[in-house]
Write a protein that binds this ligand. Structure first.
Ligand SMILES: Nc1nc2c(ncn2[C@@H]2O[C@H](COP(=O)(O)OP(=O)(O)OP(=O)(O)O)[C@@H](O)[C@H]2O)c(=O)[nH]1
Ligand SMILES: [Zn+2]
Length: 408
């Protein structure tokens, strides 16, 4: 099986550990997976007992620095009217779990000492805590619990979402019943600049600070660079000027994410901002517009950059894919260009193909997925590839891409 997206309607989710095996991801455009009630439409590959839902459950990962307001956000979501049965998962990732946190989210039942799998919450929501947050563990929980239609996963303050996201960004070949909807990162408006500059509170990074030369890459950077939505919380604790400074710094790191400033994690809307983001399916031109404008390099460690290049032809699709594989899997630029080492955290692209459908590209660290969009709207002539990471602003990225495309 080839990894070339033009070979099949269904996109390939490609992992570097197993280049030969290309897992097939059923795309949004395949209608049968979405329509649970349509008897004819139950696809063969999903073995679904009649009492279990066949549609996939979205998961939103809520990440953010210690004390940024994650639990406050979860409590806010659970008390809002959203018409969903939400399962909240508190993840400990080997760290000691924050007992206070468990009590805040769950109700009085949780105060007895026995470990509980599920704690009922308002709105028919439930809360559980898992030690091993592998997909299998969550699927197991889902089987025990019956139905809920949304999962919120609060990670510990020091977690790097770049290590977590790939766990949930899985192929249907594994029978996964959940899908990654988006990553929401909370930052503390008062402390985030300090965190970015000094790795404030960042115990795991203390050693690296002394070992490595070059700009410091903190946990705060990682949480911001991987986010689809960034909530700048505790806005009440800073002045308007300070808040502006924070917004600009964060925007320069991640030019793709939606950014909202909040107090007590009170977001303007749930739908589309925190829930049902679909940050990992379609890539619209609108999604990429903001990133294309920004050229500020306010942060020395991580930035967002957009490579603009002309629409490609069918015969260049293979070269384009080779370029993606080389930068993401080998962490090198194809061709003989001089460049500094780089690190890509997130990638999104939209590449019109002459006479065909545009390619939509999504990447997290070294995993990526190429899908076909709908027919080009009018004459889409410009392709865009947005990269978030370390060293991604080097002109050699574009030069190398142009060279490999011209070689075809
Ligand atoms: N002033 C102010 N305090 C806030 C705001 N949001 C949350 N807090 C407080 O900040 C503290 C930490 O909030 P949490 O929601 O527990 O933060 P967290 O990210 O879940 O913290 P950890 O789980 O320990 O990483 C609590 O005392 C909150 O009441 C805000 O917008 N402004
Ligand atoms: Zn918390």
């Amino acid at each position: 099986m080839s990894v070339e997206p033009s070979d099949d309607e269904a996109p390939a989710l490609i992992q570097p550990e197993d280049k030969a095996k290309v897992a097939m991801e059923v795309s949004e455009e395949v209608p049968q997976l979405q329509s649970v009630n349509d008897d004819d439409a139950v696809p063969d590959l999903v073995a679904a007992p009649s009492d279990k839902p066949t549609s996939k459950v979205p998961i939103t990962i809520v990440t953010g620095y210690l004390g940024a307001g994650k639990t406050t956000l979860l409590n806010y979501i659970l008390t809002e009217q959203h018409g969903k049965k939400i399962a909240v998962i508190l993840n400990e990732f080997g760290d000691s779990i924050d007992i206070e946190k468990q009590l805040t989210v769950s109700d009085a039942n949780a105060t007895d000492a026995r470990p509980v799998d599920f704690v009922p919450l308002a709105n028919g929501c439930i809360c559980c805590s898992v030690k091993d947050v592998g997909v299998a563990a969550i699927e197991n929980l889902m089987e025990q619990s019956g139905n809920f239609d949304y999962i919120l996963l609060e990670t510990t303050g020091l977690a790097d979402p770049g290590n977590i996201a790939p766990l949930f960004w899985l192929d249907d070949g594994l029978g996964s019943s959940i899908f990654l909807d988006g990553i929401v990162t909370l930052v503390d408006a008062k402390n985030v600049l300090k965190s970015l500059d000094e790795g404030f509170g960042d115990e795991q990074k203390e050693d690296e600070k002394h070992d490595h030369h070059g700009p410091l890459l903190t946990t705060a950077h990682l949480q911001i660079s991987h986010a689809d939505v960034i909530l700048i919380n505790k806005a009440d604790l800073v002045s308007a000027e300070e808040l502006d400074k924070v917004v600009n710094r964060i925007r320069s790191i991640n030019g793709l994410a939606k950014i909202e400033t909040t107090t007590r994690s009170q977001v303007s809307q749930l739908e589309g901002l925190l829930l049902d983001l679909h940050a990992y399916d379609a890539v619209s031109d609108k999604d990429l517009q903001f990133a294309s404008k920004g050229h500020s390099h306010l942060d020395p460690s991580i930035s967002t950059t957009t490579i603009h290049f002309p629409a490609i032809s069918e015969s260049q699709v293979a070269q384009f894919d080779e370029y993606l594989r080389t930068i993401l899997w080998e962490e090198q630029l194809p061709g003989s260009f001089a460049y500094d080492p780089f690190e890509i955290h997130r990638l999104k692209g939209r590449v019109p193909v002459h006479g065909g459908k545009p390619l939509l590209i999504q990447g997290v660290r070294n995993m990526y997925e190429t899908t076909e969009g709908k027919q080009n709207d009018g004459d889409e002539e410009e392709a865009k590839l947005v990269l978030i990471g370390k060293g991604v602003g080097q002109p050699a990225f574009r030069e190398s891409l142009i060279a490999i495309l011209q070689a075809s």
